[in-house]
Write a protein that binds this ligand. Structure first.
Ligand SMILES: Nc1ncnc2c1ncn2[C@@H]1O[C@H](COP(=O)(O)OP(=O)(O)OP(=O)(O)O)[C@@H](O)[C@H]1O
Length: 316
């Protein structure tokens, strides 16, 4: 086990490197995923996400390092695949066949009690609202994606590896998918999902691992990332002689610097800006003023993540 791995570590990625010619797709990547944890893998195009997932699934071997599953170095591919549910990013299904036939064939490879699997398969199809009696070639992209999701979840595997899981899904089905992920996590299943959709990671994952140029640029809980994310705020105070003076507003403006805007109308003064620090500091500064209104928007996780896409040495 690596230094950070514990008995409840479900997946251990230890110093994994992989090069294709001169391209270092992965360069010394290490992180652990705990049992019952949902980890979102995010990063710009070409960051190495798919390569990492392929190594996890033993479709590809690393040049250096290892992936361990439940503390063991992976060996028996067939046995481990039964414990893994995989949704590939480039899902290919035979267009001539019907969803039910495809799922029954894939499901037979997964082992376990047939009756339980069939019940789960039917229940998932109902929840995702997909007609399994139709030919795959006649289905829309989103409905084909649902078949991919069902085959990944139907045998209730210990580890789910999902590449762009909500691609093509409408918002209602995306929500259903997130509910299914949450329920799997509550049963102690481990989920690794790769996505370009930051809001999907924010809603569905406990933790974010950000890959950039084959290295980990950030590894943080979603909660910590939210805390560090800037929020738009608006503070409205009664316009009195002293509230128009910048020294009265100075403590507030210092928190919202450098782009805060002060405007006065209808007997009140509004201060609009972006808060990068703790909300408690804002509340303290605002409460010293004749407050009329205080609006704090949801943190802008997207801007934090995009900032880390670009910054060369951003750490967690
Ligand atoms: N089989 C391969 N042969 C040659 N180069 C490859 C191969 N697979 C991946 N690469 C290269 O390795 C790097 C990482 O690719 P990878 O597909 O893992 O990135 P990714 O993060 O999944 O990207 P995207 O978000 O665009 O899907 C890229 O530079 C890619 O061109």
């Amino acid at each position: 086990m690596s230094e950070g791995a514990t008995a409840s570590t479900a997946v251990e990625v230890a110093d994994v490197s992989k090069a294709f010619g001169r391209v270092h797709a992965l360069d010394g990547v290490s992180f652990d995923v705990g049992a019952g944890e949902v980890v979102g893998l995010i990063g710009p195009n070409g960051a190495g996400k798919t390569t990492l997932l392929r190594i996890l699934l033993e479709v590809m071997r690393p040049d250096r390092g290892a992936v361990r599953f439940g503390g063991e170095v992976r060996g028996d591919g067939a046995h481990l695949r039964r414990q893994i549910g995989y949704l590939p990013g480039d899902l290919r299904l035979d267009p001539q066949r019907r969803g039910r036939a495809i799922l029954h064939d894939l499901d037979a490879l997964s082992g376990g009690a047939v009756a339980t699997r069939a019940t789960r398969l039917g229940a998932l199809a109902d929840r995702l609202e997909i007609d399994l009696g139709r030919r795959v070639g006649d289905l829309s992209k989103g409905n084909r994606q649902k078949i991919g999701l069902i085959q990944a979840f139907a045998h209730d595997p210990a580890l789910l590896v999902l590449d762009e899981p909500t691609s093509g899904l409408d918002p209602v089905v995306q929500q259903t998918f997130l509910d299914v992920v949450r329920e799997a996590r509550d049963r102690g299943r481990t989920v690794l999902l790769s996505s370009h959709d930051i809001s999907e990671i924010e809603r569905g994952a406990d933790r974010v691992v950000l890959l950039r140029s084959g290295r980990i640029a950030a590894d943080s809980s979603v909660a910590a990332l939210r805390d560090s994310a800037p929020r738009r705020v608006r503070v409205v105070v009664q316009e009195q002689a002293d509230t128009t003076r910048t020294d009265t507003l100075a403590p507030l403006l210092a928190l919202l610097a450098p782009d805060a805007k002060v405007s006065s109308a209808d007997g009140s003064t509004a201060i609009d800006g972006v808060l990068a620090g703790p909300v408690a500091d804002l509340v303290r500064a605002a409460s010293a003023l004749p407050l009329v209104d205080l609006v704090v928007e949801e943190p802008d996780l997207q801007s934090v993540v995009l900032g880390r896409y670009a910054r060369p040495e951003a750490a967690s």
